[in-house]
Design a protein around this ligand. Structure first.
Ligand code: FAD
Ligand code: DHB
Length: 393
C-alpha cells in the first residue's frame, strides 16, 4: 500500500473541495484532494449560476477571479413574474449597493482546476471507495482504491466536501449526527440552450401551472427551468413541449419575445431541504452539500458551500499559522447559523413560488398576498434583497 502524508485531506473535487485546497495552498498549507470521478465528468454537470459577492471575493482571494470578473455579469436586480405582470426587486437599492454575479458553477470549477494545476496542487481523480479512519485521534487517515491498488493518505484533518451522496457524513456515528430533511413533491426540469436570454435579468415566475425560472450563463447561453412532477423524466420532455410549457407560465409579452432553440443539456433536479448537525466530528469537518442541501429557488446551494469554506479556511489558517484553534472549535456552530438562514430563505422562496400538488385555495391566496405585500413594502423588499445577495459571513 502506498502512503502519502498531508496536512489536510480533502474528500471531493467539486467547488467546495477545490476552493479550500486552493486557498490553503496559497497560505503554505498542504492538501490532497480525492475525487471519485474524472475532471470531465465533474465539469459536465450543469448546476448553479448565481454567485454572492462573498463567494466572488473568496475566488479572488484564491487567485481565481480574473476570468470570473471579465466574463461574469453583475446583476443588481431580479424580476418576479406573477399574476401576468413583472415586478423588479432592486437588489442594489435595498442593500446599499450590493449585487450578485452571474457566472456558472461549471466555469468556477474549471477556473479552480486550472489554478490547482498551475500550482501543482495534488488532485487525485478516479479515487474510489474512499474510507475514513481514526477520526477521533490526532492522526486520522484515508484510504482509497485506484488502478487496482489501495492507497493511504495520513493527515492532521479531514474535510468532507464530497456532496450529498459522499462517504464523509456517513462516517459520523448515527448517535452523534442529527439530520433534518424535507423532500418536496416536485423537481426542476432544466434546459441549457444557445439562445439569447429572454431578459437581461433573471425572472422567477409564479404561475397556476407551476414555477418557472429564466436564467442565463452569458448573453449567448440561456438556462431555463420549469417545475415538474417528481415522477417525470427528462427524456419524456421534448424540446417543443418544454418551450411551450415555459411560455405558458410567463407573462404574455415576455413569452412572445422568448427565443427557442435546441437544448444542449436537459435534466431534472429534485428539491430537498437537508441539514446535518454537527458539521465537525473529531478531526473531520463537513463542508458544502455533504452537510446541507437547499431547494434551488434562492440560488443558495453553492453560496452556502462557500460560506462553510470561508469559516474553515480561516479556522485552518489560524490553527497552522497562528497556533489558535478558536476558529476550528467554533466552525460547526458558525457555519450552521448561516446555513439555517439560507435554508429559511430558500424554503420561503420555494413556498412562495411553487404550485404544491395538494394546495388549497387558501394556500394560493396566501402566496398571492405574500407577493402583493412584498412589492408594497420597502421593509419586505429589503429583507428579500439582503438574503438574495447573501447575508454577511
Ligand atoms: P458537489 O458539487 O456535489 O461536489 C462533491 C464532489 O465530491 C463531486 O465532484 C463528487 O464527484 C465527489 N464525491 C462524491 N462522493 C465521493 C466519494 N465517496 N469520494 C470522493 N469524491 C466523492 N445550486 C444552486 O445554487 N443553483 C442551482 O441551480 C443548482 N442546481 C443543482 C442541480 C443539481 C442536480 C445538484 C445536485 C445541485 C444543484 N445546486 C444548485 C447545488 C450546487 O450545485 C451545490 O450546492 C454545489 O455543487 C455544492 O458544491 P460541493 O463542492 O459542496 O458539492
Ligand atoms: C440558477 C439556478 C437557481 O437555482 C437560481 O435560483 C438562479 C439561477 C441557474 O442555474 O442559473
Amino acid at each position: 500500500m502506498s502512503v502519502i502524508r498531508t496536512q489536510v485531506g480533502i474528500i471531493g473535487g467539486g467547488p467546495s473541495g477545490l476552493l479550500l485546497s486552493q486557498l490553503l495552498h496559497r497560505r503554505g498549507i498542504d492538501t490532497v484532494v480525492l475525487e471519485k470521478h474524472s475532471r470531465d465528468y465533474v465539469l459536465g454537470r450543469i448546476r448553479a449560476g448565481v454567485l454572492e459577492h462573498g463567494f466572488a471575493n473568496l475566488m479572488r482571494e484564491a487567485g481565481c477571479g480574473d476570468r470570473m470578473d471579465a466574463e461574469g455579469e453583475i446583476h443588481d436586480g431580479v424580476y418576479i413574474a406573477h399574476q401576468g405582470r413583472m415586478d423588479r426587486v432592486d437588489l442594489a437599492r435595498h442593500t446599499g449597493g450590493n449585487s450578485v454575479l452571474v457566472y456558472g458553477q461549471t466555469e468556477v470549477t474549471r477556473d479552480l482546476y486550472q489554478a490547482r494545476a498551475d500550482m501543482d496542487g495534488v488532485v487525485i481523480h478516479n479515487a474510489r471507495d474512499v474510507a475514513l479512519f481514526d477520526l477521533k485521534s490526532a492522526a486520522p487517515y484515508l484510504t482509497y482504491a485506484k488502478d487496482g491498488a489501495t492507497h493511504r493518505v495520513d493527515c492532521d484533518y479531514i474535510v468532507g466536501a464530497d456532496g450529498f451522496h459522499g462517504a464523509s457524513r456517513k462516517a459520523i456515528p448515527s448517535d452523534v449526527l442529527r439530520e433534518y430533511e424535507k423532500v418536496y413533491p416536485f423537481g426542476w426540469l432544466g434546459v441549457l440552450s444557445e439562445t439569447k436570454p429572454v431578459s437581461p435579468e433573471l425572472i422567477y415566475a409564479r404561475h397556476e401551472r407551476g414555477f418557472a425560472l429564466c436564467s442565463m450563463r452569458s448573453q449567448l447561453l440561456s438556462r431555463y427551468y420549469i417545475q415538474v412532477p417528481i415522477t417525470d423524466t427528462a427524456a419524456q420532455w421534448s424540446d417543443d413541449a418544454f418551450w411551450a410549457e415555459l411560455k405558458s407560465r410567463l407573462p404574455q409579452d415576455v413569452a412572445e419575445t422568448l427565443q427557442t432553440g435546441p437544448s444542449i443539456e436537459k435534466s431534472i433536479a429534485p428539491l430537498r431541504s437537508f441539514v446535518a448537525e454537527p458539521m465537525r466530528y473529531g478531526q473531520l469537518f463537513l463542508a458544502g452539500d455533504a452537510a446541507h442541501i437547499v431547494p434551488p429557488t434562492g440560488a443558495k446551494g453553492l453560496n452556502s458551500a462557500a460560506s462553510d469554506i470561508h469559516y474553515l479556511y480561516h479556522g485552518l489558517v489560524d490553527h497552522y499559522l497562528n497556533d489558535d484553534d478558536a476558529g476550528l472549535d467554533a466552525y460547526s456552530e458558525k457555519a450552521l447559523a448561516r446555513v439555517w438562514k439560507a435554508q429559511r430563505f430558500s424554503w420561503w422562496m420555494t413556498n412562495l413560488l411553487h404550485r404544491f400538488p395538494d394546495s388549497e385555495d387558501v394556500d394560493q391566496q396566501l402566496q398571492r398576498t405574500d407577493l402583493d405585500y412584498l412589492f408594497s413594502s420597502d421593509a419586505a423588499l429589503a429583507s428579500m434583497a439582503e438574503n438574495y445577495v447573501g447575508l454577511p459571513y
